[in-house]
Design a protein around this ligand. Structure first.
Ligand SMILES: [Zn+2]
Length: 152
């Protein structure tokens, strides 16, 4: 799962990724090409951008809902996988090609994309806060236990 910094850089960079052509170009080093279901063209058509790392060479991320999928097999259907994991993705609900959107429709899409991003960041911050609370509570409890031990 991507860190907040990674989510942030993707969110800001992916406003260009409404373009099928740019998404497809991101798959220049993608291993699945001929005789596969998940070709660069199909991956891009399903909204994915290739965002490999050293440890995870086959990570693909939806430019819109920012869901990350890895462990691709040649027979995987990118659109099906995307629908299965993120059925409410706004990109999947788009009825037109990006080039046919009006300015108002484009800004509406961008607003939805921003909401998704904000929600993901909030979830991550809440999880970090919860972890901090558990850690601090544990530390305070052990200090209290050692004071009790001294008083016993
Ligand atoms: Zn998506």
């Amino acid at each position: 799962m991507a860190s907040i910094d990674v989510l942030k850089s993707r969110f800001y960079a992916y406003d260009k990724m409404y373009s099928q052509e740019l998404r497809e170009q991101s798959f220049a080093d993608w291993p699945f090409r001929e005789d596969c279901n998940c070709t660069p063209e199909k991956m891009a058509r399903a909204g994915f951008v290739h965002c490999p790392s050293e440890n995870e060479p086959d990570v693909a991320c939806c430019f819109f809902c920012l869901i990350e999928l890895e462990g691709w097999e040649p027979d995987d259907d990118p659109l099906f996988e995307h629908l299965k994991r993120s059925p409410k993705c706004g990109f999947l609900g788009m009825r037109k090609d990006f080039t046919e959107l009006s300015v108002a429709q484009f800004y509406h899409m961008e607003k939805s994309r921003l909401k998704v991003y904000m929600k993901k960041v909030c979830h991550k911050k809440m999880a970090a806060l919860r972890d901090d609370i558990i850690r601090i509570k544990g530390s305070l409890q052990s200090q209290l236990d050692s004071v009790d031990h001294l008083n016993a």
